[in-house]
Design a protein around this ligand. Structure first.
Ligand code: ADP
Ligand code: MG
Length: 299
């Protein structure tokens, strides 16, 4: 299948009351997993709902395969599956019944066609053996997988999943991450998260948002490279922790057998024990947030 392409063109959203949830955003998204990374309130859900044609942009637009989200809503909807941050199921239905019910609402055809779609989606999220389970008894991770199965019913080339790992325990989180990475194999998956490790484990490309402003767009490697040479490990005495904390931006604090070690971001470090460290995605993310903060302080 040819590559799918999304072009986001100066898309912005201001809610009634004047909250600028999304400042003009430009992005190009092609096949694979694309992550929106940012703290709560940074505009991730607003962006996803707008792309899914559930929310009107204030200005700008986006095109999915050349189809404009403002003018070709129905055609765009046919290309996408969307799983909101909070979604509900009927607890008394079984997994299979729930999906069949959704397939009916999606107008997926005869009982036989629906059964085929339901089976395909269950196997895509590795839940075939849970078809007869009651939805009400599912764990958080299984519920999330069922939600994803539901979003896959119309075989979308674009899957939009809002906070797929929120509220999951560590083991479930890891399973969902690997599922998301798999799903990105032959379609676009756009996911949102505030957890850097989710991005590390799943995404090829990332868009960092903060207060509705796009701080970075590019590959995860590019985000890491931006802080190369600026990451340090320093052994500190607990007594000097406070002074160092005031002076530098920490990205990690670790206990060691003899005291403490901190990981920090800085152009230069004025400390005898400082050694340069290999940057990781968390460092890159914090680096962008710090850069934005410094720019805002200058204004
Ligand atoms: P995120 O998903 O990153 O947490 P949101 O897109 O939900 O961010 O929210 C971005 C900003 O827009 C926040 O300040 C939020 O309070 C505000 N917001 C979200 N939805 C609405 C709405 N329906 N009306 C007014 N403000 C909203
Ligand atoms: Mg959100």
């Amino acid at each position: 299948m040819p590559q799918l392409r999304i072009e986001v063109d100066k898309l912005s959203k201001t809610y009634e009351g004047g909250i600028k949830a999304l400042q003009p955003l430009d992005l190009t998204i092609t096949d694979g997993v694309y992550a929106l990374l940012g703290p709560n309130g940074s505009g991730k859900t607003t962006f996803m709902r707008t792309l899914a044609t559930l929310l009107e942009p204030t200005s700008g637009t986006a095109r999915v395969e050349g189809l404009d989200i403002r003018h070709n809503r129905l055609e765009v909807r046919r290309l996408l599956g969307y799983l909101p941050q909070d979604f509900g199921f009927y607890p008394t239905l079984t997994v299979e019944e729930q999906l069949d019910y959704m397939a009916l609402l999606c107008d997926l055809g005869s009982a036989k066609d629906r059964k085929e779609a339901v089976d395909r989606c269950l196997s895509e999220v590795n839940m075939a053996q849970y078809a007869d389970r009651k939805v009400g008894g599912l764990s958080g991770g299984m519920r999330q997988r069922l939600g994803i199965a539901q979003a896959l019913l119309n075989s979308p080339r674009l899957l939009i999943i809002d906070e797929p790992t929120a509220g999951l325990d560590p083991e479930e989180r890891i399973r969902i991450r690997s599922l998301l990475a798999e799903l990105g194999g032959d379609r676009i998956v756009i996911l949102s998260t505030h957890i850097v490790a989710d991005v590390e484990a799943t995404a090829d490309n990332v868009c960092v948002l903060r207060f509705g402003v796009n701080l970075f767009t590019g590959t995860t490697e590019e985000l890491i490279e931006r802080v190369r040479g600026k990451v340090w490990m320093v052994d500190v005495d607990p007594a000097e922790l406070r002074t160092i904390k005031d002076k530098y931006r920490f990205t990690g604090v670790y206990r060691t057998a003899t005291g403490m070690q901190i990981r920090l971001l800085a152009d230069h470090v004025d400390h005898a024990s400082a050694v340069p460290a290999e940057p990781n995605l968390e460092d890159g993310y914090i680096g962008e947030v710090e850069r934005a903060r410094a720019l805002a302080a200058e204004e």
